[in-house]
Design a protein around this ligand. Sequence first.
Ligand code: FNR
Length: 196
Amino acid sequence: MSKKPIRLAVVVGSTRKGRLGPTVAKWFIEQARTHGDLDIAVLDLAEAGLPAELSGPPKDGVYASPQVTAYAAEVAAADAFVVITPEYNRGYPAGLKLAIDSVYSEWHAKPVAFVSHGGYSGGLRAVEQLRQVFVELHAMTIRDSVSFPMANEQFSEGGKPRDAEGAAVAAKQMLNQLVWWAEALRTAREDRPYAF
Ligand code: FNR
């Protein structure tokens, strides 16, 4: 069994100017750093520069767009994902869908967890929709998530959520589940390539 640390990619799903997403991501990354042996990468979709037009399948790992090739390499390198998503009009951001659809087998047989931020819903409706999308990508979504209702108010005090203790407990529980799946699925992928 591989002893390398789990490579966790934290996907920042909102891209608009003045977004809260990076504040939520920064808080989450602090939680993940204290969790244990994780090799954390940040995939900020505002910086990925993915073209709006999907580039189609790669040839020998190279996509038509260099930005997609670089992004695909990050997704391929990851053993697990945490998607930080806001909720927009009861769904998730269009830019996040573009990022999900831009690659395919790179997601396969890997676990995906969610940290959501929204208004009254806490972004939970966006998360439920994302679960439906990720199943098509042969990904395993994690039961527990962390959600922040009225997120702008929650994070108004120096980038920390108002209920910092409760949020830390929720993040720990989610990370426990995510790491369990990440280790199990990495071992399984190493043992037998997932090719279905
Ligand atoms: C929202 N927001 C929101 N919240 C919610 O609970 N349900 C919703 O349907 C919506 N719809 C919505 C649409 C649009 C266009 C925006 C800009 C916002 C609130 C939103 O989820 C919340 O403020 C997030 O924290 C915003 O994240 P970012 O974009 O600042 O990272």
